[in-house]
Design a protein around this ligand. Structure first.
Ligand code: ZN
Ligand code: ZN
Length: 413
């Protein structure tokens, strides 16, 4: 048997998305509807009813973990997601290039994403990593990922994840100083390292050749680093240790790749999988098929739905859902052995167009495969999912896929 879990990030919507219909209801999805016809659907509370999920905590819950027990922050998944070697004691951050302007000694944030920089990030990262910090016994590494995004790792004794962030989450205001969020030397020391490092990041980047070229081209310079989401290394037992099966992850976004790596999956990198609306969905379907030759199950993450939700672009979200149907599920289903495969499709939360961020509502979830008792629902969307045979439940979608494959350990005797 084989297992497939597909998550379309922020898949869920509200009737306010498009004239009384959610984007998923408005989208034409004949292939996914066909899966719903031969399988069973329900409503999934990604973490629990009334809980507004982040993507990282929602994924942990869907993969079978209790995020309230294991989650220490986003940064560690960002670092793992760009293949940094995270060790116990390290403090990890989501970090990104930004554009600031020096005014009366303050660094004023002009663009939190440095004009969504597309090239030269590796050279800028090298310049950052050449900075030396004066706090003794502490080293750091910055690694760039896609566009303005990156990850920052601090290593050394007596560091703490209980520090704030320098991102003001607004433009036209100064970058904030990092502050200790708990009493004691460790948090003070960590904040001091971060303040020194980000201050020096401006000196290291302001006149860098990449930024000189950007200025000549009329682009915003990537001359500062914003960091947030401090986390230390969580203790997460691997899926293999609990179920005895090996899994692979296909994800364009570093955060999702990092969550899956933390759970013991092996990453498969697909050229053209960008983590955006322009991602190559056929290439991901291809890679998933190939991965199933080698692994027991594969987790495929598709990010574009959430991007369109954050951009409050209903047309883009509806269109991208139709592309998932035609360019991902159609070629995938042509090539899997339906009699030997259990599959689940869902979202990690709702990202409605009117709100432009994650909300608490449950998302539709669908299971198909030889051991799934079919229900009477024939289309896959928020409204029909409420009538589905699986009812409404919280998290644990991957354990259910593995359970249909008879791979679950028994609880009790
Ligand atoms: Zn998400
Ligand atoms: Zn989101």
């Amino acid at each position: 048997m084989k297992g497939i879990l597909v998550i379309a990030d922020g898949l869920g919507g509200r009737p306010t998305d498009t004239n009384g219909k959610t984007c998923l209801e408005a989208a034409k999805t004949p292939v996914i509807d066909g899966l719903a016809r031969r399988g069973a659907v329900g409503l999934l509370d990604p973490i629990g009813p009334g809980i507004r999920p982040g993507s990282d905590t929602a994924h942990l819950s869907i993969l079978g973990y209790d995020p309230y027990e294991i989650y220490t922050g986003r940064g560690v998944f960002e670092c793992l997601g760009v293949d940094m070697d995270v060790q116990v004691g390290d403090i990890c951050f989501r970090a990104n290039f930004a554009t600031v302007e020096k005014k009366d000694g303050d660094l004023i944030v002009v663009d939190r994403r440095a004009g969504r920089i597309e090239s030269g990030q590796r050279d800028l990262a090298d310049a950052l990593n050449a900075i030396s910090v004066d706090v003794p016994g502490v080293s750091f590494e910055f690694r760039a990922s896609t566009q303005h995004r990156g990850a920052l790792l601090l290593r050394g004794e007596r560091l703490s994840r209980h520090v704030g962030e320098n991102d003001p989450h607004a433009t036209g205001t100064p970058a904030r100083p990092f502050e200790a969020l708990e009493p004691g030397e460790a948090a003070e020391r960590t904040a001091a390292v971060l303040n020194e490092l980000t201050e020096k990041s401006f000196d290291a980047l302001a006149d860098h050749p990449v930024n000189v070229a950007r200025a000549d081209a009329g682009e915003l310079p990537a001359n500062y680093v914003l960091a947030r989401g401090a986390a230390d290394c969580p203790h997460i037992p691997s899926i293999e240790s609990m179920y005895g099966v090996r899994g692979a992850v296909i994800a364009g976004g570093a955060l999702y790749r990092g969550v899956a790596l933390a759970c013991g999956m092996t990453p498969i990198d697909v050229p053209g999988a960008t983590g955006g609306l322009d991602t190559d969905l056929r290439a991901k379907a291809d890679a998933a098929i190939r991965a199933l030759g080698e692994y027991d199950y594969v987790f495929v993450h598709i990010k574009g739905t959430d991007n369109a939700g954050h951009d409050q672009d209903a047309e883009a979200k509806r269109g991208f859902i139709e592309r998932i149907d035609a360019e991902f599920f159609a070629p995938l289903l042509e090539r899997i052995d339906a009699a030997q495969t259990h599959m689940a499709f869902t979202g990690d939360h709702t990202t409605p167009i009117d709100f432009g961020d994650h909300t608490h509502e449950p998302v539709p979830v669908l299971f198909a495969g030889p051991n799934v008792v079919p229900d009477r629902v024939e289309t896959f969307d928020e409204r029909e999912a409420g009538r589905g045979g699986l009812g409404r439940f919280s998290g644990r979608v991957l354990p259910m896929v593995l359970g249909y494959n008879n791979w679950s350990p028994k609880f009790g005797s």
